[in-house]
Write a protein that binds this ligand. Structure first.
Ligand code: ADP
Length: 770
């Protein structure tokens, strides 16, 4: 018979922890009584009895709240943690059964009975251990978070009881199961029960995995379904939206049916409309389709004005709107007469060429009025991209039709007069050649089905009357020029400008500024002053602007005192327009040596030009100043060579070339000048300087000179003679070949100025040198 040992230990009830004999573990203890119990035990042998609470919710457990069987443990180490708890490292010693709890005021103690394990069959336990280990092998695969190193060590244990106890300590098994392992004193039974427990846990784990998986799949499927449902809702909403937008798409549908358009276009529009109904109103796609549809609806596929060419009416309208320009008006009328006869637009395109402000645009406008067509202006200046003519394909963001189609829409009819403004200012680069695109617009073989990239459907341009304008012919590409009938407009004389101002511009500006014609008088001198000293131009655009400025200033005064009448004259002009802006050269007061007057053709019309020559001691160097272009420099050299070769004849010291440097200067120094037409003027100035003979102050001259002294023709005689007249010159010497241009010279100029046509420089010198 074994002796029953009773002992008394301090008691520490545990929550959710079972401590097995021979296991080592940490315990965190918080209850003051338990801490006291531990501290008290530490003071003696360091042994306490621990037992697990049946219900860990009880805060002050009594005997019935604890499992009967617990463990006597040895406190190896005790450390205090911050929040009034202690951590003890303990080692289980043996199983014991609690008999009675005693209250020791500060802590509890307990009387226990030491329990001994029983062990029967050695062989059996060897076999059982093997089975346990195999079972554990499969078990551990399912629980990946086990403390691997610790378990390795445990598995080396040979004693079956210790092995089970130690494993039971560390494995994550339910606390009740652990307690039952503690309860079993028969080692063989314990090992069997433990193996069963592991098997059971293993099965549970497997099942859990399956359940987890099934649950997850179920959730995923549920989510997918949810997702699809949501998508369907969005689609339905969009479809409904389309239908909800009934009013908008209905309106479009009505417009499409109402507008007369070619059947192919109508078909396309309806197809796009269907697409429009399907896309969401808020999507960018919707805006794109709508934009396209509005274009199709707005284009004048079938709208046209009742155009009619009545030549008498044409003449009247042109005369009404424009002063002078007799020849031009005649050409225009002829052109329209041909159009009337052929009843087609296949005739060449009219192209009005001339400096700015000479009335090209307004002439085209008048033509439109006179033939009862709408008028639209398309500016081509600076166009370098083909897409500006043809438009962008609809796939581009912000795509638009090209300028032609935009113009047609603006005109509102399919047979307007379309003014292609500044057709000479188109340039081509890598983005394509807009000039060749224009060609297909103007070509009667192609333009009955003009295909804009944006519109996609062909538009008939064959009824359109195109009129082009350009500042200069030279920059219009050849093929384009071939398609055009060129009408050239030249600069206006001061007198023409005066009449235009008096008869047209004034009335226009007075009306535009809301003034009363009866109460505003403008003196002739004021108009002339404006022409001379406030503008420098070939046309009358700035003149119109200056008149506008004057009217605006008057309108301001008029607002203060409407009863007063106002007069603009030379005196108050400065007050209205500020200081004079330009001054024209007038003739010199006396004949000068080494200075000759030339005539220049500029962008503003014509101007006179003084050429000065001075001599200094030197070695025959020629100095040229005044921002001369290459052609002008060469013509100076030619003039000098001519003089050298004819020195004897001209009565000049033959070796002047070795003793003198010649300096030719053309004021104004900062204004670039070029061209060959100053040849005879330079020759005259050089000879004058070398012979010390003065040049007549009343003579102006223009003409190219050759080495042999021949005088070659020049351009812009009209403009040049107008400027000569303005400067007060009495005689103009010009090349014989230019005699044909005399017809163009305004009568008033011809009345005051004598034209002398020459063949050779010697004639010029005879006339000019006094
Ligand atoms: P362009 O197109 O040649 O640059 P515009 O047609 O714009 O010139 O002409 C500028 C202004 O001068 C317009 O108001 C126009 O009516 C006016 N104008 C030009 N020439 C005449 C003219 N011969 N008679 C009346 N007004 C004219």
């Amino acid at each position: 018979m074994e002796q029953i040992v009773f002992e008394e230990f301090n008691l520490v009830p545990l929550k959710g922890v079972v401590v097995f004999p021979s296991a080592r573990t940490h315990l965190d203890v918080g209850r003051p009584k338990s801490i006291k119990a531990l501290e008290n035990a530490m003071a003696t042998n360091g042994l306490v009895f621990v037992s697990c609470q049946v219900d860990s919710g009880v805060s002050a457990p009594g005997q019935r709240d604890l499992y009967e069987i617990g463990t006597v443990i040895l406190i190896k180490q005790l450390s205090k943690l911050p929040n009034n708890t202690v951590r003890v490292f303990v080692e289980g010693k043996y199983r014991a059964k609690m008999t009675k709890i005693h209250d020791r005021d500060d802590f509890l103690s307990v009387s226990v009975e030491k329990l001994s394990e029983v062990h029967q069959d050695e062989l059996f336990s060897v076999a059982a251990v093997r089975v346990l280990k195999e079972t554990f092998d499969t078990y551990k695969k399912l629980f990946r978070k086990l403390p691997a190193i610790e378990i390795e060590k445990i598995l080396l244990e040979t004693s079956a009881g210790v092995l089970v106890d130690k494993l039971a300590q560390v494995l994550p098994i339910p606390i009740e199961a652990k307690q039952s392992m503690l309860d079993i004193l028969d080692i063989d039974e314990r090992i069997i029960r433990f193996t069963k427990l592991l098997n059971y846990e293993k099965e549970i784990a497997l099942l859990r995995g399956k359940i987890d998986h099934d649950v997850k799949v179920a959730i995923e499927e549920h989510q997918r379904e949810f997702f699809l449902r949501e998508q369907m809702k969005v689609i339905q909403k969009e479809m409904n939206n389309g239908e909800n937008e009934n009013s908008d798409s209905k309106e479009l549908a009505e417009q499409i049916t109402a507008v007369k358009m070619p059947s192919t276009v109508k078909k396309k529009a309806l197809k796009e409309l269907e697409r429009y109904k399907l896309v969401s109103q808020t999507s960018p796609e919707s805006a794109v389709i709508r934009h396209y549809l509005t274009w199709l609806i707005d284009l004048p596929w079938d709208k046209q004005s009742k155009a009619k060419i009545d030549l008498e009416n044409v003449q009247t309208v042109l005369d009404q709107d424009h002063y002078g320009l007799e020849k031009i008006k005649e050409r225009v009328t002829e052109y329209l007469a041909v159009q009337k006869l052929t009843k087609s637009m296949k005739a060449p395109i009219l192209c009005l060429v001339g400096p700015p402000g000479v009335g090209k645009t307004s002439l085209a406008k008048s033509i439109a009025t006179s033939v009862k067509r709408n008028f639209v202006r398309i500016t081509l200046g600076g166009v370098r991209d083909e897409a500006e003519i043809y438009g962008h394909r609809r796939t581009y963001i912000g795509a638009m039709p090209g300028r032609i189609i935009q113009g047609i829409k603006k005109a509102g009819t399919n047979n307007p007069v379309v003014l292609l403004d500044e057709i000479d200012k188109m340039s081509s680069d890598f983005r394509g050649d807009p000039a060749s695109a224009m060609l297909s617009v103007l070509d009667p073989e192609q333009n009955h089905a003009f295909s804009d990239h944006y519109i996609e459907e062909p538009f008939d341009l064959s009824k359109v009357m195109f009129i082009a304008t350009a500042n200069s012919l030279s920059t219009i590409p050849g093929p384009l020029r071939d398609r055009m009938e060129i009408i050239e407009l030249s600069s206006y004389t001061e007198i023409e400008k005066f009449h235009i101002a008096r008869n047209h511009l004034l009335n226009k500006q007075i009306k535009e500024h809301g003034l009363d014609k009866a109460k505003l008088t403008i003196a002739d001198v004021a108009i002339n002053e404006m022409i001379r000293h406030y503008t420098r131009e070939a046309g009358v655009r700035n003149l119109e602007r200056q008149i506008g400025t004057a009217c605006r200033k008057i309108a301001r005064k008029y607002a203060d005192d409407p009863s007063r009448a106002y007069t603009i004259d030379k005196q108050n002009l400065q007050e209205l327009l500020g200081k004079q802006k330009f001054d024209y050269r007038t003739i010199e007061p006396e004949d000068l040596i080494g200075v000759a007057t030339g005539l220049a053709y500029t962008a503003f019309g014509g101007d006179t030009l003084q050429i000065e020559v001075s001599l200094s001691k030197g070695k025959g160097h020629l100095v040229l100043t005044g921002k001369l272009g290459d052609v002008m420099k060469e013509s100076a050299q030619t003039a000098l060579s001519y003089v050298r070769s004819r020195a004897a004849e001209l009565g000049i010291d033959e070796d002047f070339n070795e003793k003198l440097d010649i300096h030719i200067h053309v004021p104004e120094g900062a204004v670039p000048k070029d061209g060959p037409s100053a040849g005879i003027t330079m020759t005259t100035a050089i000879v004058s300087a070398l012979t010390n003979k003065a040049v007549s102050k009343d003579i102006g001259m223009t003409g190219e000179v050759t080495l042999r002294g021949r005088v070659l023709p020049i351009g812009g005689l009209k403009e040049k003679s107008i400027s000569a007249h303005r400067a007060g010159l009495k005689t103009i010497i010009c090349p014989e070949k230019n005699e044909k241009d005399l017809d163009d010279i305004p009568a008033i100029v011809k009345d005051d100025v004598q034209f002398i046509f020459v063949r050779d420089v010697s004639e010029v010198l005879k006339l000019a040198l006094v």
